[in-house]
Design a binder for this molecule. Structure first.
Ligand code: GLN
Length: 491
């Protein structure tokens, strides 16, 4: 069973630690114990940072005893996706090529968490270089869904989501290029936010497709998700795409009323390939909101039908250029044979250092960018991107939020989609539009269908994460899912 203190909402635990009702050390030790119990079945972590976390927890307890000021995350064990740099800790991106790479500096989000007295409890598993939707493409082996360990946790930030859902961490960070925070949040029945492009610094995040991705927070409840977002967001001079807009405190937004919130239901998100169970659950949520007095209207964003191919062309093109730096000569995996010439070493290092999916994307991306094909693929995809953005702009003139499924399917069985990359790519149809448009989007647990979680996606105009949190809390209150009923309760 999950211990009482681990079940307490994280935003309440911070107060309990500050008021010495529980010590940071006890809370961290309980989390570490839970990790030991759950990990053999779930494998959410690539590395657990045990002793340094306990030492830091004791320091926080001393600070509290001395009545010194402590940060907003004081004593909370936070799990970090292993494509975000933590100084002096390995950052592997779940790839053989970076298996032994130790980060020489902290990502900005890590500095901010540390300055708020959060504890970095470990680095979590992901699809290699965040390319995937199931966390099965990891060099270190797959992560399993704590609700049902015969199924995938979603991806690519599957380790972070599984850690939070399995009570192996209080909070976690993931990255979302085309759905990698929202997909595993949906499959593991937790809250996951993809912030507005530019709201959170990407400094220290290993790039996959930089025009699309954002680091985003995971939590078991909406308020705790807002708390982590408050601590990591804001301008950073070290990321040239960072916005200098002053963002409010999202934890303060919950007092504002949600009445009068206009909900749009874009039909394109409910069409092709969306499973019946998902449709039923998401419509169930919409009707519960209606009972609470909110009005919804169906609408159409016609360009969305081109979102998936546009996303994959842009993401693969950017990936092919970003991953050119892994040649094995300056750092990363290198074949032991020293007699080879430069060309052979270079291609062998890359062939053996990268997994099949990463190689596929580098090749397709290189093709899409090559002379003669650039206009046909990359440029065209960028034009579609602009049209999608315009569709969203028009929709947000009529609606405050758009509501849709997070994932078109229920968590599927391990291995089920591995032989068919296209079947896996299709899982991203509902998440990629928000990345192409740069808008914020959150996945909230919407229900459990025959023991399997279904997430509801809420999208809002740029920098309106406050509306997402408020609407999210309303959905959370009207849904009331027992987060301790999954298979992991018994491990
Ligand atoms: N599943 C998508 C992909 O494979 C998104 C990945 C991500 O958001 N990092 O590209």
């Amino acid at each position: 069973m999950v211990s009482r203190i681990l079940e307490t909402p994280v935003w309440e635990v911070v107060d309990s630690i500050a008021h010495e009702e529980v010590t940071a050390e006890e809370y961290t030790a309980a989390t570490l114990e839970r990790i030991k119990k759950v990990e053999p079945k779930v494998h959410a972590y690539i590395a657990v940072i045990e002793e340094p976390s306990l030492t830091k927890a004791r320091e926080i307890d001393k600070k509290i005893k001395r009545n010194e000021n402590t940060g907003r995350l004081a004593g909370l064990p936070i799990a970090i996706k292993d494509n975000i740099c933590v100084k002096d800790v390995k950052t592997t991106c779940a790839s053989r090529t970076l298996e032994n790479f130790v980060a020489p500096y902290n990502a900005t989000v890590i500095e901010r968490i540390l300055s708020e007295d959060g504890l970095i409890i470990g680095k979590t598993n992901l699809d290699e270089f965040a390319m995937g939707t199931s966390t099965e493409y990891s060099y270190f082996g797959p992560t399993r869904n704590p609700w049902d360990t015969s199924r995938v946790p979603g991806g690519s930030s599957g380790g972070s989501a599984a850690a939070v859902a399995g009570f192996e961490a209080s909070l976690a960070l993931g990255s979302d290029t085309g759905g990698s925070v929202r997909s595993p949040a949906s499959f593991c029945s937790i809250v996951g936010l993809k912030p507005t492009y530019g709201a959170v610094s990407r400094y220290g995040l290993v790039s996959f497709a930089n025009s699309l991705e954002q680091i985003g927070p995971f939590a078991r409840d909406v308020r705790s998700c807002a708390l982590l977002m408050d601590c990591i967001d804001g301008y950073d001079a070290r990321d040239s795409t960072s916005s200098n807009r002053v963002l409010g405190q999202f934890t303060d937004c919950f007092d504002e009323s949600t009445s009068g919130l206009r909900i749009g239901v874009p039909r394109e998100f409910f069409e092709e390939g969306v499973q019946e169970a998902v449709l039923k659950t998401v419509w169930g949520v919409i009707h519960r909101l209606e009972e609470l007095g909110l009005k919804y209207k169906e609408t159409s964003l016609p360009m969305i039908k081109y979102a998936l191919p546009a996303y994959y062309i842009i993401a693969m093109s950017e990936a092919s250029s970003n991953l050119a730096r892994y040649d094995g000569l300056r750092y990363g995996f290198r074949v032991p044979d020293r007699s080879l010439n430069w060309n052979d070493v270079f291609s062998k290092n890359r062939r053996q250092g990268f997994g099949a999916e990463v190689r596929r994307r580098i090749m397709l991306g290189t093709y899409a960018l090559s002379a003669g094909y650039f206009d046909q693929y990359y440029l065209k995809a960028q034009k579609i991107r602009t049209l999608i953005k315009r569709n969203f702009d028009a929709a947000f003139k009529k609606f405050d939020i758009l509501l849709a499924p997070s994932m078109p399917v229920l968590p599927f069985r391990m291995g089920e989609r591995l032989k068919d990359p296209l079947a896996l790519y299709m899982c991203d149809i509902d998440t990629v539009p928000a990345n192409l448009a740069g808008i914020p989007s959150i996945s909230i647990p919407g229900g459990v269908y025959q023991g399997l979680p279904v997430g509801v996606q809420v999208m809002a105009p740029p920098f309106r994460e406050d509306i997402l949190f408020r609407a999210g809390q309303l959905i959370e209150e009207s849904t009331k899912i027992d987060k301790t009923v999954g298979e992991f309760t018994y491990v």
